[in-house]
Write a protein of this length. Sequence first.
Lengths: 166, 429
Amino acid sequence: MSNARNNLVRQLSHRSLFESALPVLSTLSTWNDGDILFFDATNKIINAITGDGCIANLVGVAQQSVKNGIVPSPYQGTAVDASVGFSDMEGPAYGDIFSMVLKSGDSFTPGIPVYATTDPQTVTVTNPGSGNNVGIFQGPAVTPSVTGTFGDVLIGARYNMTGIHF
Amino acid sequence: MSLLTVQEIEKSFLESRSVTKPNGTRLRINEAEEINTKQLKDNIWNNPEIRWMRESFQRKMKFDFADSKKFPVMERGFSWKKMANKMGYPNPTFALKEADSGSVFPQVLRAGVQAIVNSMYLTVPTTYEAWTTTVNSDKDTELYAPLHGVSFLREVGKKEQYGESFAAGLDIKLVNRKYGTIFGVEKELLEDDTTGQFAKQASLLGEYCREAMEVIVYAKLAGTFNGGVSASYAQMTVPNTETKPSNEVNGYPYSQSFVGGGSNRPASFGVLTQPNIQTGFIALMNQLNLLGLKMSVDPDTIIVSPKYRFDLAVLLNSSFYPSQVSSTSGTTGQSFAINPIESIAKAVISRFIFNQNGVVNANSAAWYILDSKKPFFVSQMREAATVEQEAPTSGESFNRDVIRFKCSMRGNADFIDPRYCYQGSDGSV
């Protein structure tokens, strides 16, 4: 499970395929601020990625934390928690540089494509099979990374596009 | 005193403030007398509208913008650049970019807009204030925890142990939601519009803020809609009721069997008629709380859409029996009988009564009876209405001469306890 953090490092084009995320929320939608998100074309929602299979529909990085479709309330445990309705919120952003967690043991060099892992905030240099990278590593070379190392990655989007777009 | 020649007059107009004649006499041009300057300042800063604005501004910003010592922008020699440098910014544009959301500097321009907006805001006809309880909010979420009381007495036999009472109550939270929009207009259009109507559109945004709360209130009053859709009006979507307790499983906010045995709707909805109104009053007077005890519900308000405005007027204001004579033998009330519901409730007619499909329909047949004296439904205001003009020294205003106004309101509305409200129809009949 990832940790919620505002990992936006540099804002470049800052675009979003779903500027208003309200129409693509459901009780199945759960992610942390900073997670890489994908569009679940079956359920017509956005959600945190769970692996390489999600990257064909990559939509960017979450700008807030969401649990079961709503922003976590500061007051949990009331009798009406489940009744709170979905709020409109900013959708996932792409085209910017985000600080991602580097998979331990991997060596990163500037300009190298990075791929998704099962953790929505961790990236790897190893092509998991699809060849769909989530972005391009921006930071100084890291050889090899130790657990908990962060690195700057330009994250793109792939949904309904040919190749990755930044 | 000698007259000026045409050349001297032309020269005088070309000079900014004064000209010295050949004989040494100083002639002042475009420079007001001291007494006039004082009077002019007095008229500007102390007229009722500006004074109100100044006082409002001072309460918020802790200084008077008419005080030239504390806010010396009108003084000769005042430099925005020096001010920006003093505050640690390289130039005013940079400083004002930073300050777009909270700066105190562009406010002189904005303040005029605000005054217009606020005066319009007060004149908007809305109806929710007639029966909801407005709560001023200062948090992300407001909490409500009313207790319904404790269980009732029971007989105690001699030497028998007393029974224990237990309490029951609600545990409600209501999160504030933000609604808003941005209205942009060309500077040239603002200047050239001889009717002045575009300049007034900004004030319309304030009116919309108030109407937005009206929409929220009546959407939440309806509670839920067919197919689980959300209520929508124009581009605005309002979620279904958000205060349904997890233990209410038989429908909410309208149910025939609340926890405790209460009910606030008929088995089948009916049109707004005298018998159906009477049924609603009887149901509310028999309302039960969480503990199954009779509640003090004293209905005094009927809410309808414009569709029923005149029907309701007849029903509530007729001295004689307002319904058609029944052919059923033994039915109470016939020709020349009194009207038993005369003045029994006040009528609230809103243009924003949603129908069963979540749509604001002018002919929505939905109607409600409720007890407006109880704070069972809150309209929660975090920010009633804010209309701001984008700083003219940055952003689109600076780059393209697009004047942009942003309005926002933050709040929410919902039931605290629907047992004080009866839904006679959801609009389907």
